[in-house]
Write a protein that binds this ligand. Structure first.
Ligand SMILES: Cc1cc2nc3c(=O)[nH]c(=O)nc-3n(C[C@H](O)[C@H](O)[C@H](O)COP(=O)(O)OP(=O)(O)OC[C@H]3O[C@@H](n4cnc5c(N)ncnc54)[C@H](O)[C@@H]3O)c2cc1C
Length: 150
């Protein structure tokens, strides 16, 4: 995959491109860092902050539906006082996890991958942000999907 390039984006080829710095994207980055430290990766995040849902929604009373022992990361168990946690506590948990694993700098904020217009997901792409065209690795053409047997 060819690099997002830009002032604050990692340059060069990366093995894995993570789209989104929410609970999932930061979790994926931490797993990569912990389990495959030789693999390179970058995170593109359309918004200007880490946290996804938990940064976006700030209304009073926002909290998780399930307990944080279940929703949290297995590699960094939730130790907060409340099992059903408030949104700001979850946002801090995601940010602290990113910081502890050194993946809070591996993102380009306000950046989205360019999705070709013909792609089925193109209509759903965020409208703002700097756009980074992606180039898949050179290699053999992907094989066509297997035919269904009658
Ligand atoms: C009030 C509330 C309570 C919830 N409680 C629970 C719960 O108890 N248990 C549970 O499992 N889930 C719960 N959820 C769902 C919750 O959203 C998820 O659990 C979790 O936060 C999703 O994390 P995520 O990283 O997958 O997605 P998100 O938090 O949505 O993060 C995705 C990130 O990707 C970025 N992004 C998206 N598209 C692009 C693009 N094309 N380019 C660049 N960046 C992009 C977005 O800006 C965003 O920052 C709850 C949600 C809400 C609102």
């Amino acid at each position: 995959m060819t690099p997002p390039t830009g002032d604050d984006a990692p340059a060069g080829h990366v093995d894995v491109l993570i789209v989104g710095a929410g609970l999932s994207g930061i979790g994926a980055a931490c797993h990569l860092r912990r389990e495959t430290p030789d693999r390179t990766f970058a995170i593109l995040e359309a918004r200007d902050a880490i946290g996804g849902t938990w940064d976006l929604f700030r209304y009073p009373g926002i909290r998780s539906d399930s307990d944080m022992q279940t929703l949290g990361y297995t590699f960094r168990p939730w130790t907060g006082a409340k099992a059903i946690a408030d949104g700001d506590a979850i946002r801090e948990y995601v940010r602290d996890t990113a910081r502890e694993h050194g993946v809070d700098g591996d993102r380009a904020l306000g950046a989205v991958p360019e999705i070709p217009a013909r792609h089925p997901d193109a209509a759903a792409r965020p409208t703002g942000g700097r756009r980074y065209p992606l180039q898949p690795p050179a290699g053999p053409e992907p094989r066509p999907p297997a035919q269904k047997l009658p």
